[in-house]
Design a protein. Structure first.
Length: 495
């Protein structure tokens, strides 16, 4: 709440969050751009009359002209701010109707007004006794210690109250969190930060609590991210280990292709396997698995391609596995260090590392895939082989990206991304991306190619599927002419 006075604008900030409720005056305040809402508005120019406090309850009433009031009801988890007019009581937080009704009766009943006093006219402090139920536990604990030393409860209580009203305050860091301790208390630590007024102490406490909250939030985020990285890299390492255990199968695929090449009927379809003799190896009888959707000639080409991919992926696997294991070791070591951090400063190096890792990963991803700009904020990414197709689809693509593939023939996985983040894909953009998907398919030389597309979240990889194989849960079709964009091209790679 903001209001103007002769000395300038004053801001009153009241937090209903529990634990962490506070009431604070500020000279400056900036409203957050989001996650805020206007509560109720008192007409501009309405004069502020003063603050009243209930004698025996934590209720503050801010009175304004024309029967406007804001009541601050401080009651643990039920803490609330209630906007009061002559006839209405509107809570800021959803509240128990019983509490609102009781407050309304309390504030609107003339006889009950005697239970409130203006802050500058409060006299009940002078009437407090050592056994008064209105004394907080902190004062009672302090009084108990002092009585043991002097034996005069009344005198010690006066000293305690005087110290609170006229002394400073220290901010103590206890096992249960930060707390404010009057400087006059025997329990006050002279090494703790000292504030001249209660307002300054509350402001310092709020800042420390927010800093603590930011620290724990960032620490938990880093722990979660590093744990995810270790798990993800562990899966990659397991897959690579299992892959390398199978050995290099490129020679076997090459053999299958050579034997199929000598088959007379190359147009026959529908076969899931075929038994043929390898006359280059003493007539050995080979059982060759086939894709029943392809004819013999197409299966032959498929095995030649698999042989080439197998040789490349096996060699890459031998190089990648030690690198992945080294990364796992580094992430595991850093995770243990993060768990031991006790301040934002100690977390800072790991935040920088994480930001650099993400930046590096994004840069690496955009380099290793073919990438084409088709509009100011649209990029099309295209895989180069089966392994890259899997990586593009399963790890790089975002759920709302558009995933494409030439329908009914082999081709590269293609991902269309809106870099503005709006994820709006018009017909022209879809068609331009589909032309690229058609170009990087076996139907490149056709005049028009049907291209299936859907949001990436509708693309899944079933257990047991080969590298580069996925399934679309739903799809749309667009006819596209195979072509590359005539404007800017980045990292086109091999065509």
């Amino acid at each position: 709440m903001s209001y103007s006075s002769n000395s300038g604008e004053i801001h009153l900030e009241f937090s209903t969050h529990f634990p962490g409720t506070f009431l604070l005056f500020r000279d400056h305040f900036s409203r957050a751009r989001k996650n805020t809402v206007s509560f109720q508005t008192i007409p501009s120019g309405t004069a502020f009359r003063g603050i009243r406090m209930h004698h025996s309850d934590r209720i503050l009433v801010l009175d304004f002209e024309d029967n406007y009031a804001i009541t601050l009801f401080i009651r643990g988890a039920k803490t609330n701010a209630i906007f009061v007019t002559g006839t209405e009581a509107i809570p800021f937080r959803k509240s128990d109707e019983k509490i609102v009704s009781e407050l309304k009766r309390l504030l609107q009943n003339p006889q009950k007004q005697e239970e409130f006093s203006d802050l500058d006219q409060i006299s009940f402090i002078d009437q407090l006794t050592p056994d008064d139920p209105r004394l907080g536990k902190e004062i009672k604990n302090e009084l108990s210690v002092r009585i043991n030393e002097s034996g005069d409860p009344e005198s010690e209580l006066r000293k305690i109250i005087s110290g609170i009203l006229h002394g400073g305050f220290r901010l103590a860091n206890t096992p249960s969190g930060y707390s404010i301790v009057p400087e006059a208390f025997l329990s006050a630590n002279p090494e703790d930060p000292l504030f001249e007024t209660a307002v300054d102490a509350v402001s310092g406490l709020v800042k420390r609590r927010f800093a603590e909250a930011r620290f724990h939030q960032k620490k938990n985020q880093l722990i979660k991210e590093y744990t995810r990285q270790i798990k993800s890299l562990g899966k990659i390492a397991d897959d690579l280990s299992n892959r390398l255990k199978l050995g290099d199968r490129s020679a076997l695929y090459e053999k299958y292709a050579q034997v199929l090449l000598m088959t007379p009927d190359k147009k026959e379809k529908g076969l899931k396997e075929v038994f043929l003799r390898d006359y280059m190896n003493q007539g050995e009888l080979l059982k060759i698995p086939l894709d029943d959707k392809l004819d013999i000639n197409q299966n032959t080409k498929r095995y030649f391609e698999k042989a080439k991919e197998e040789k490349t992926s096996y060699a890459e696997g031998i190089l990648r596995l030690p690198e992945i294991k080294a990364k796992i070791s580094k992430f595991t070591t850093d995770l243990k260090l993060i768990e031991q951090c006790k301040s934002l400063k100690e977390l800072s190096p790991f935040e920088k590392n994480e930001a650099e890792n993400k930046k590096s990963k994004t840069a690496d991803d955009t380099v290793k895939f073919r990438a084409f700009h088709i509009e100011p904020h649209y990029i099309v990414y295209v895989g180069k082989d089966s392994r890259q197709n899997d990586e593009l689809t399963l790890h790089f693509a975002k759920p709302n990206d558009i995933w494409m593939h030439a329908r009914g023939c082999p081709g590269s996985h293609t991902v269309l991304r809106d870099t503005s983040g709006r994820n709006i894909f018009g017909k022209d953009v879809i068609k331009a991306a589909a032309s690229i998907a058609a170009y990087f398919s076996k139907a490149r030389n056709a005049k028009y190619v049907p291209v299936a597309y859907t949001e990436k979240k509708n693309v899944v990889k079933r257990k047991g599927m080969e590298a580069g194989k996925v399934q679309m849960m739903r799809e749309s079709i667009v006819m596209a002419e195979p072509a590359l964009p005539k404007n800017e091209i980045q990292n086109k790679g091999d065509q």
